[in-house]
Ligand binder design. Structure first.
Ligand code: GLP
Length: 268
């Protein structure tokens, strides 16, 4: 795992967008794993900006995407669904082929069959190259709530009280928030070739410290990322506030050649 600390939330999101852009330019057929949540909105806004850049537009025409999760019971036209979120923040604003964008179908009649179909589809695409991840307040990745098995696959998960409280404000009628979601499993996520995590804000400081430096536990699915051979965690100063090893993390980012192109800020 590597931890990169940026001065503020915008700079952190900007770095994440730059890493995605670098990987997409290197491999236009890339299979991207995508995430939702408030934190990711700035990342998608930045990717849209890069796509619209006249001199060197970022091209999404050949890439394929798989989102981490979707609420059970919400369809693509529901503004609270993750399909709607993705269309709104990214897919409708870049030149991606909508047929290459995948999310679990929260309206499927047979949810177990839908989960299996989603796993099969990821496999048919030869797996996910780069998986973008946020961290929920209780330390979940996707909707892998406490006690999610570290080898779990895509499945239906009941949302924990912490998650219900975290996401209810995003619903016009919080009482109508679904209590279940389809989510990629921890095992599914760990099979991607590279993980890229973004967490910003002081409210994430405790959980970031547990996820990065704490013991691996099924109670906090983000800790499983410590098992991944290539996981980059990007945080702002506020989210980094409870980490112990920041001097070391900063030294690595400032000195390792891999990070040289990213030290100076924005790609145009
Ligand atoms: C939801 C998503 C997670 C995401 C989390 C963080 O629960 N299922 O994948 O990481 O939100 O949300 P936010 O960025 O709003 O803090």
């Amino acid at each position: 795992m590597e931890v990169i600390i940026r001065p503020n939330a915008d700079a952190a999101a900007d770095l994440v967008a730059q890493i995605i852009a670098q990987e997409l330019r290197a491999n236009p057929h890339i299979v991207l794993g995508l995430a939702t949540g408030r934190t990711m909105e700035t990342v998608y806004a930045r990717l849209v900006e890069m796509h619209r850049c006249a001199e060197n537009p970022l091209d999404f025409s050949l890439c394929r995407t798989f989102n981490l999760d979707e609420y059970v019971g919400l369809g693509p036209d529901d503004p609270c669904s993750y399909r709607y979120y993705m269309n709104h923040h990214l897919f409708s604003k870049v030149n991606i082929d909508r047929r290459n964008t995948h999310l679990p179908n929260g309206l499927a009649a047979d949810l177990d069959a839908e989960c299996q179909r989603y796993e099969d589809k990821i496999r048919q695409c030869n797996g996910i190259d780069l998986q973008l991840l946020g961290i929920g307040s209780a330390g979940h990745i996707g909707f892998n709530e406490p006690l999610s098995a570290l080898r779990s696959r895509t499945r239906v998960k009941a949302l924990s009280p912490v998650t219900l409280a975290q996401n209810a404000p995003l619903f016009p009628d919080p009482g109508k928030m679904p209590r279940r979601a389809i989510t990629m499993g921890v095992g599914t996520i760990l099979e991607c070739r590279r993980c890229l995590v973004l967490a910003t804000g002081s409210h994430k400081a405790d959980i970031v410290a547990k996820a990065v430096e704490g013991p691996i536990t099924a109670m906090i699915s983000a800790t499983a990322l410590q098992l991944h051979p290539r996981c980059t965690v990007v945080v702002d100063e506020e989210a980094a506030a409870k980490l112990q090893g920041t001097d070391y993390y900063r030294w690595v980012f400032e000195n390792e050649p891999e990070w040289e192109p990213f030290r100076t800020g924005r790609e145009s």
